[in-house]
Design a binder for this molecule. Structure first.
Ligand SMILES: *Cc1c(COP(=O)(O)O)cnc(C)c1O
Length: 392
C-alpha cells in the first residue's frame, strides 16, 4: 500500500541534509532569566518575557484565585456562552490603558492580526505591508483575499508609491509591525500615519513587541510617537511582556462591535480560561504600579547592547531590547549559538527563511529580570566564543 504521507519523510530528509532539521530546546522548569534547557543551566536570552513576569508571585496568585473562583475553562466561544465577566474586565482595563474607546480580546496575538485583517478587507481591497511584517499579518492578508502590495522594509517613499497606485481600490489598509521581531528596529510610524491620512487608508499597527516595552507604562508605539487617535487599529499581545497569553485589538467602539460579528477566531474558537485573563489583568496593573520594571528593561538593554558593540559585534539596526548579533553566514550563526549554549548562554541562531540569506544572526533579548552579573557573564561568553569563531 502506498503511504500518502511519504513526501514528509523526503522533505524532512532534505532538511536534515541541509542541517536545518531543528527540535526546540526543552525548558525544564519555569521561564526565568537563568533557566534549565536540555539539562543545562543557561542564561536565557531567548524569551519574550521582557519584564520577568512569567513566574511572578502576583500573577500566579491572580491565576490561582481565578481557578478557585471561576474554574479552569470558559466552556464556549465568546459569542455563545463563553463571554465571562473577567474577559470584559480585562477589555475595559486594556481600553483605559491604550486610551482607546474599546478593545477586543483574542486567544493570541496571532489570531488578533489574522482574524482582524481577514474580517476587515476583501477581494476588492488592497493591503500595503512592510516586507518584514509578522507571519500573522501575512496570513490575515491571504485569508482576506485582498491584493497584497509589499514595500521594502521601512521604505516610506515606496509605501507612498504603492498607495498612489491603489487609488482605484475599494479600501486600502496600511499595516506595519511597531517593533520588528528579528531586527528590533522601530517602524517610521509618524510618516506612515501621515501617508495613511493623505490617502484615506486604514492604519494598523502590530505592537506585539512594543506591548509593555515602549511608550509610557508600555502602552506601545502609538503612545511612544504621540499618535493617539490617528491609528485606527492597534494590535497588542498579552503573551510577551504581559507574561500570560492572548492578543487584543484596540480602537473605536464601532471597530470592536464589527469585529465581534465578523472576526472568525472570536466566533469559532473558545475564549481564554479565566486564569489567563486574571494573570493578564494582574500584569497590566503591575506595569502601571511599578514603572521601574520597564526602566530596568531599558537599562539592561543599553548595557548589553553597548557591551556587544564594544566587543566589536554588529547589532544591526536594533533600537529595542531585541538585539541581533548579525554574522551573515548561516553556518556561522548556528555555530555561534551552539558554542554559546555550551558556554552557558542560550541565544537562538536565526537563519533563512526567517531572515534573508546572508543576514543570519544570533538574536538576543534581555529582560528586566536579568542581573548585571547575568549580563556580564553573557558578554564574557560572547567575547570568548566570538574570538574562537574569529567574529571579533
Ligand atoms: C509574537 C508576535 C505576534 C503573535 O503574538 P502571540 O500572542 O504570541 O500569538 C504577532 N506579531 C508579532 C510582531 C509578534 O512578534
Amino acid at each position: 500500500m502506498v503511504n500518502p504521507l511519504a513526501y514528509l519523510d523526503q522533505e524532512l530528509n532534505e532538511l536534515r541534509e541541509k542541517g536545518l532539521f531543528r527540535w526546540p530546546r526543552l525548558l525544564e522548569g519555569p521561564q526565568e532569566p537563568v533557566a534549565r534547557y536540555d539539562g543545562r543551566e543557561v542564561i536565557n536570552l531567548c524569551s519574550n518575557n521582557y519584564l520577568g513576569l512569567a513566574n511572578h508571585a502576583r500573577l500566579k496568585a491572580a491565576a490561582r484565585r481565578a481557578v478557585d473562583e471561576l474554574g479552569v475553562g470558559s466552556g464556549a466561544v465568546r459569542t455563545i456562552a463563553g463571554n465571562m465577566a473577567i474577559h470584559k474586565e480585562l477589555e475595559e482595563e486594556l481600553a483605559r490603558f491604550k486610551h482607546t474607546e474599546a478593545t477586543l480580546l483574542y486567544q493570541s496575538g496571532f489570531t488578533a492580526n489574522a482574524g482582524t485583517v481577514a474580517a476587515l478587507l476583501g477581494k476588492d481591497d488592497v493591503i500595503v505591508s512592510d516586507e518584514l511584517n509578522h507571519a500573522s499579518i501575512i496570513d490575515g492578508a491571504r485569508l482576506s483575499g485582498a491584493e497584497k502590495k509589499i514595500y521594502p522594509h521601512k521604505d516610506v517613499a515606496a509605501a507612498r508609491r504603492l498607495l498612489e497606485a491603489s487609488r482605484g481600490a475599494r479600501r486600502t489598509l496600511l499595516i506595519t509591525d511597531g517593533v520588528f521581531s528579528m531586527d528590533g528596529d522601530v517602524a517610521p510610524l509618524p510618516d506612515l500615519v501621515a501617508l495613511a491620512e493623505e490617502f484615506g487608508a486604514i492604519m494598523m499597527v502590530d505592537d506585539a513587541h512594543a506591548s509593555g516595552v515602549m511608550g509610557q507604562h508600555g502602552r506601545g508605539t502609538v503612545d511612544h510617537f504621540r499618535l493617539h487617535g490617528r491609528v485606527h487599529i492597534q494590535v497588542g499581545t498579552l503573551s510577551k511582556a504581559f507574561a500570560a497569553q492572548g492578543g487584543y485589538v484596540a480602537g473605536s467602539r464601532t471597530l470592536i462591535d464589527y469585529l465581534i460579528h465578523r472576526a472568525r477566531p472570536l466566533l469559532f474558537s473558545t475564549s481564554h480560561p479565566p486564569s489567563v485573563a486574571a494573570s493578564a489583568l494582574a500584569a497590566l496593573r503591575l506595569v502601571q504600579e511599578e514603572p521601574e520594571l520597564i526602566e530596568r528593561l531599558w537599562d539592561n538593554t543599553r548595557i548589553f547592547k553597548q557591551g556587544l558593540n564594544e566587543l566589536g559585534f554588529n547589532t544591526g539596526a536594533s533600537e529595542t531590547p531585541i538585539t541581533p548579533v548579525v554574522v551573515g553566514d548561516e553556518q556561522l550563526a548556528t555555530d555561534l549559538s551552539d558554542r554559546l549554549f555550551t558556554a552557558g548562554v542560550f541565544a537562538l541562531g536565526i537563519v533563512f527563511p526567517t531572515v534573508p540569506r546572508g543576514k543570519a544572526r544570533v538574536r538576543t533579548i534581555v529582560t528586566a529580570a536579568h542581573t548585571r552579573t547575568h549580563l556580564q557573564r553573557a558578554l564574557d561568553a560572547f567575547a570568548k566564543v566570538g574570538r574562537e569563531l574569529r567574529l571579533i
